[in-house]
Ligand binder design. Structure first.
Ligand SMILES: [Cu+2]
Length: 176
């Protein structure tokens, strides 16, 4: 939070800061939906929205709306496929396994922080998403120390995550 505030002040002062701090996250309680989409030819696949800001305790539901592909929603975590930790250290990781068209998978996120996730078969096509729960963390950098036993992210995935500040400011971020 300290890092974020300092950056905001440098970027333009109190008005923007106030707007940032008073912007509500998505309403708590109701399930928040994220859809999985793809073009018919499979060349483009994405989560929609790609970034959301929610309160702790929010349930998120992913649904595969791509008629031509199966997708997963999988947290970046060493316990799942030996990937770097990109969710809060105390949070429980998840893996939906393959969702056929029309199928859904839900998780409830209680720990504040930044959660990065991906689609196992389409990570190399940049199919990733980010959820910010509660107040942004002190550091927006969630990449764990490089560990040779873990499979690092491809560049297209790293570039795919919306900035935490943008997610908090807008509440919902859709892929450009
Ligand atoms: Cu996919």
């Amino acid at each position: 939070m300290i890092v974020t505030r300092r950056r905001m002040i440098e970027a333009g002062g109190g008005f923007f800061l106030a707007a940032l701090l008073t912007r509500p996250a998505l309403p708590a309680g109701a399930v928040v939906d994220i859809e999985m989409h793809g073009r018919d030819d499979g060349a483009h696949v994405w989560f929609d929205p790609i970034g959301i800001h929610v309160e702790p305790g929010q349930t998120i539901r992913w649904t595969n709306r791509d008629p031509g592909n199966s997708h997963t929603v999988t947290a970046y975590h060493p316990d799942i496929l030996d990937r770097p930790l990109r969710i809060p250290a105390n949070a429980k990781p998840w893996d939906s396994d393959y969702l056929m068209p029309g199928q859904s998978f839900s998780v409830t996120l209680t720990m504040p922080g930044v959660y990065d996730y991906y689609c196992v078969p389409h990570e190399h096509a940049g199919m990733v998403g980010r959820i910010v729960v509660g107040s942004p963390p002190a550091s927006v950098e969630t990449v764990a120390k490089p560990d040779q036993t873990l499979t690092q992210l491809p560049d297209i995935a790293v570039r795919g995550f919306p900035p935490v500040d943008e997610i908090v400011a807008k509440g919902v971020v859709r892929k450009a």
